[in-house]
Design a protein around this ligand. Sequence first.
Ligand code: G3P
Length: 218
Amino acid sequence: MKPLIILNFKLYKEAAGKKALDIARQIRNVKHEKYEIIVAPSLCTIQEIAEKTNITVFAQHTDYVPLGAHTGKISAEELKQIGVKGTLLNHSERKIPLPYLTQIVERCKKNKLRTVVCASTISEIKKVAELSPDYIAYEPKELIGGNISVTEADPDIIVKAVGIVHQINPKVKVLCGAGIHSKEDVGHALLLGTHGVLIGHSFVKARDPKKFLQEMLL
Ligand code: G3P
């Protein structure tokens, strides 16, 4: 199981609309035998990237509905049909009430979509670990978008999170994200016991995203 590098495009202008495929295509040429690279583009660009690149694509969010009369919702079934392989859930910028989150994780499992459930605190980690997602991503909200990496800010809490999740459900793997901006941050995250990282602005807003990512993976 290779460690994950999940690149969350969010809705940054540098990775939205017509630019999304370009930035995704830059990743194709990055050598990364040691890691599994996953991109999480916006909903409007996700199908094109899934169909026109060989990169693993995750949604940034999925709703708890099946196909049917659900205006404006995102269903696991449709994501699966268009070649999406997984989804972030409960991101700090897209929180999901626990009852719905429970249903979504179940529906994603039925549709064989990998699940990365985000959590901002230790108490939230404990709650979402019970849902048995594939991954839990610890992302302290106050560090998201900043230049202090979660691995620098409070490494002990990452070790604590890994221990708690292992106690509740050893099958669930822990990731971390927020402020990750260097290969040292990636290496530190793995040393602390996580199975990978989520990266947002430092990749998307890099002057040369391909070069930035290549250096991250050295
Ligand atoms: O999902 C990952 C994202 O929230 C991290 O954002 O910009 O701090 O790398 P950023």
